[in-house]
Design a protein around this ligand. Sequence first.
Ligand SMILES: Cc1ncc(COP(=O)(O)O)c(C=O)c1O
Length: 289
Amino acid sequence: MKVLVNNHLVERDEASVDVEDRGYQFGDGVYEVVRLYNGQFFTYDEHIERLYASAAKIDLVIPYTKEELRKLIESLVAANNIHTGNVYLQVTRGVQNPRNHVIPDDFPLEGVLTAAAREVPRNEKQFIEGGTAITEEDVRWLRCDIKSLSLLGNIMAKNKAHQQNALEAILHRGEQVTECSASNVSIIKDGVLWTHAADNLILNGITRQVILDVARKNGVPVREADFTLTDLREADEVFISSTTIEITPITHIDGVQVGDGKRGPITAQLHSYFVEEIVRSCGELAVAK
Ligand SMILES: Cc1ncc(COP(=O)(O)O)c(C=O)c1O
């Protein structure tokens, strides 16, 4: 397996980064996960726009143009022969010796890019059968719109879900539901799709944006607005979304069944619209055996 370290493709075992990299010491950096189907990127530009936007919000300069970055990522995908899989890429603020919270203004740090690509098949069983979730207080910072490397709040919530054999942790600030530890959450109530507005309290998922787009195009009413834990518990359908899990139904929350405990009809319909978008940009998907 080959990985990218700056503009070099190197064997995974031979790759190294500096111990005084600010990404390693402070979580000072940003990242993205981009998906490929049939060897083609899906919503690549949207992910890369968000990467540069996240970087700009923390005054981090990505040391490559978007064109240069695309060539590097394409070389990584080709070197690992990825068909259906994920590219993880991150850019840190770079190496600072000695360690100091203050970002030096007298000399620019060189941002450090690392990236890895892996084959990850679509989990069609999970798309249909769904998974369970717990609810958890959202204790993260107030800039969740930045796809930051610092993910302690997300990790602790996700791990708690895992310990309770649940797929995800649905986060809430008091009564208001925000998103999940590694995905966005939407509910269907009386035929209307509800999801938190794209503000500082959530990461504006690229998958979320595609779903809202196909919902609007196909006449599913959308409300981008706060909803409460009570709305969540009384929803007809609940689903979570992200680049890797596409649209995954949530069948139980804190042990209580959602609707009839099966993927709901609007969730299924939205997923078929979503797959049409994938097929449009990446070609037909292989049928699961
Ligand atoms: C906290 C959080 N929210 C939402 C998402 C969904 O974003 P996307 O659809 O762009 O993968 C992710 C994805 O990793 C995430 O970590």
